[in-house]
Write a protein that binds this ligand. Structure first.
Ligand code: GLU
Ligand code: ZN
Length: 501
């Protein structure tokens, strides 16, 4: 049997370090046993998926040197590797489940489900579907379908008993069926949900080991039940601990840059980032700190993983990156990579037109351009608000942070209209809201034109700088309070629509 592992990112948003972490461990495991790793795109949530995000995920994993054997870009014998292109497989699978009595259509309206949930919460029960539509007769079902009533398919969960399965890291896991919801496996738009699609694909793609984040452990009983309904042998499961912020909360972009692109833009080398991810919950048998993917793979033992949540600490990553620059790369290598990074003529030429009106001599250039080349600028928090009240400065920074998440294409025009929209909505002049951004981004109240600078810095560096500005305001006592933030969230939803987090 060939060992086959997979990573299954959903193409929603920036490429996440958590995806790279999973890719590294899946790759190390597959390589150790001479197997293969597959990359599958899980885009069943059509409203949140985008081609741009898929492209970004693939290219950032490539940048890290985490390569896959089969995937949407390189093909393979078990394609297509994008779930939106595999709908026929899922349709057939759902029919099989219905025939076997493992799935059933549910016609409940959102109103009924809300009401049910409310009652269950009032009675201190776990909110879960009550099996209402299980009692429908075949005729009733046919009638409703004919009449065009909306429906989903749900997985029929046993009323009692326990689901037991082996986790390669945790040993036996037991979850009571009463804690498991009658999972929707096909949505009313005809698309499957993650649970169904991933089980069908793991089977059809001959995945032998599902190595994924621990947030999926409570879903595993549903998956085991699906395998049973199909009459398929389930793969082995290993649920890895999730990366954490230094304060132990789940790694999130509200506290840490989580986009792989950030690390690229901020001047890290990919080998160090991958090496650091390899240290998350894992140590090599000889305890060495500096290692390549190859070295990690050849000695890899999944049982060596520790279950405590590993802390992703940028300060440590920086330290490791420094060691790479001094110990692992040659001086020529450092020079060549630094030039490729941002000390290249193409990039400097993008800055030049912005700086030129302010130059007298060449020596004026680098001080002006510095904030476009560094990671985070230094400044005093008092500078941030400018003429705005500090509360208002925090408010516009926060709104911009949310709005920037929604920018479809990152360019000067888009940025300029985004800030104009914020000014209009807040009934302020553009001129009034920009000073906090000048400072957050460049560290100074006077600097190169803002929108061009934001465009050059890119989304990840900009978001981090805005987040740091907000943190500085909070630390100084001038930021948004918990209550203030809650209020702003509501106000934002009314004035700007939903956030994407
Ligand atoms: N699409 C899921 C995610 O992005 C994959 C989970 C899994 O590996 O099963 O988290
Ligand atoms: Zn129902």
């Amino acid at each position: 049997m060939t060992v086959r592992t997979r990573i299954a990112p959903s193409p929603t948003g920036s490429p996440h370090v958590g995806t790279a972490y999973m890719a590294l461990f899946n790759l190390a495991f597959a390589r150790k046993y001479g197997g293969e790793m597959i990359l599958r795109i899980e885009d069943t949530d059509q409203s949140r998926s985008s081609q741009a995000s898929e492209d970004a995920i693939l290219s950032s994993l490539k940048w890290l040197g985490l390569d896959w054997d089969e995937g949407p870009d390189c093909g393979g014998d078990f394609g297509p590797y994008r779930q939106s292109e595999r709908l026929a497989f899922y349709k057939e699978a759902i029919q099989k489940l219905v025939d076997a009595g493992y799935a059933y259509p549910c016609f409940c309206t959102p109103e009924r489900l809300n009401e049910l949930r409310k009652k269950q919460i009032e009675n201190k029960e776990t909110p879960r579907y009550d099996g209402h539509c299980l009692s429908l007769s075949r005729e009733e079902i046919e009638q409703k379908m004919k009449a065009g009533e909306k429906y989903v398919y749900r997985l029929k969960i046993p009323d009692e008993g326990v689901c037991e399965f082996e986790d390669e890291l945790r040993g036996k896991v037991s979850i009571e069926w009463s804690q498991v919801d009658h999972q929707i496996i096909q949505k009313s738009d005809g698309y499957p949900t993650y649970h169904l699609a991933s089980v069908v694909d793991d089977y059809l793609m001959k995945i032998t080991h599902v190595i994924r984040g621990e947030e999926w452990i409570n879903s595993t009983p549903k998956h085991i039940l699906l395998y049973q309904g199909f009459g398929w042998k389930p793969p082995s499961f290993a649920h890895l601990p999730l990366l954490r912020n230094p304060d132990k909360s789940k790694l999130s972009k509200r506290k840490n840059p989580t986009s792989i692109d950030y690390y690229k833009d901020a001047g890290f080398v990919p080998e160090a980032v991958v090496n650091y991810l390899g240290m998350m919950g894992y140590t090599l048998p000889d305890q060495r700190e500096i290692f390549t993917v190859q070295e990690m793979s050849s000695t890899f033992e999944i049982k060596r993983m520790s279950l405590g949540g590993p802390i992703f600490d940028i300060a440590k990553l920086k330290w490791l990156n420094g060691r790479y620059l001094r110990e692992k790369l040659t001086r020529e290598d450092v020079l060549r990579r630094m030039i490729e990074w941002k000390a290249n003529p193409q990039f400097l030429d993008k800055i030049l037109p912005l700086a030129l009106p302010r130059l007298e001599t060449f020596s004026d250039f680098f001080p002006l351009a510095q904030f476009l080349l560094n990671d985070v600028p230094n400044y005093e928090v008092d500078l941030l608000a400018g003429r705005l009240e500090t509360g208002m400065a925090a408010k516009v920074l926060k709104i911009a942070e949310w709005e920037l998440e929604k920018m479809p294409a990152w360019n000067r025009e888009g940025l300029s209209s985004l800030f104009q929209k914020i000014a209009d909505t807040e009934e302020l002049k553009l001129k009034q809201i920009l000073p906090p951004f000048f400072v957050a981004v460049s560290g100074s109240t006077v600097s190169l034109p803002l929108f061009d600078s934001l465009a050059l810095l890119g989304p990840d560096l900009v978001r981090t700088r805005i987040r740091i500005a907000l943190e500085k305001l909070s630390v100084s006592g001038a930021g948004l309070s918990k209550k203030g933030l809650k209020k702003l969230e509501k106000e934002y939803a009314q004035k700007y629509g939903n956030r994407i987090d």
